[in-house]
Design a protein around this ligand. Structure first.
Ligand SMILES: [Zn+2]
Length: 217
């Protein structure tokens, strides 16, 4: 699990440097088999150290570390119980959080958004740390890599921690672009056909992966 601890420290430092993690707000976890490494409650994530990452089993019993896990540990475990992902990133990133307060969803306005699975849902509000919140967020994540949590923040998941971080950054970018687009006028959305064409083009061109010249036509 040492590698997971190192990955979480690096991810938290990066997300804080990008402005997505402010102070002690937010939490990050990685699943390895039947154990979950997760940030401790009260840790300043931009200055996180490896001993501020603790381990729990899939039922939430603490199996490693001496600090108390994040108050959102139940949310992380509920996601691992439902979806086949290996990392969860929860932030109070400023624009994502503003969007969670003012919007019911974010329609598909840009083809890159399809990396998150489509329109972004906003899970209805519930008190932090509660099973009710976990149930609502898990539902909002169905067939999605990210969601907003009403009047609270953002959640992103991935098959690796790098992917979950990427999704959290993409969501914050999307919320920023949508805010600016709304300020400029009435945003146009991509039709179902346009979205299907993007997916077909992405598959054909292996979009999103680095390729050497000459590897694809
Ligand atoms: Zn939170």
């Amino acid at each position: 699990m040492t590698e997971a601890h190192q990955q979480i420290v690096a991810a938290c430092h990066r997300l804080a440097a990008e402005g997505l993690l402010i102070g002690t707000a937010g939490n990050v976890s990685v699943r390895v088999g039947d154990r979950v490494a997760v940030t401790a409650t009260g840790a300043v994530l931009g200055e996180l150290t490896e001993d501020q990452v603790v381990e729990v089993d899939l039922d939430g019993r603490q199996v490693g570390g001496s600090l108390v896990p994040t108050s959102e540990v139940y949310l992380h475990l509920s996601i691992y119980q439902k979806y086949d992902v290996a990392a969860v990133v929860h932030t109070h990133a400023p624009v994502s959080t503003a969007a969670s307060i003012s919007l019911g969803s974010i329609p598909v306005i840009h083809y890159q958004q399809l990396l998150l699975g489509g329109d972004v849902r906003v899970a209805p509000y519930a008190t932090f740390g509660t099973p009710e919140l976990a149930v609502r967020v898990v539902a909002a994540l169905e067939h999605r890599a990210a969601a907003l949590m009403a009047n609270h923040g953002a959640i992103a998941i991935g098959v690796t921690l790098d992917k979950a971080v990427e999704h959290a950054l993409l969501l914050e970018w999307l919320c920023t672009v949508y805010r600016d687009a709304v300020a400029m006028g009435k945003p146009a959305t991509l039709s179902r056909k346009q979205q299907e064409d993007v997916v077909a083009a992405a598959i054909a061109r292996n979009y999103g992966t680095v390729q050497k010249a000459g590897e694809t036509e």
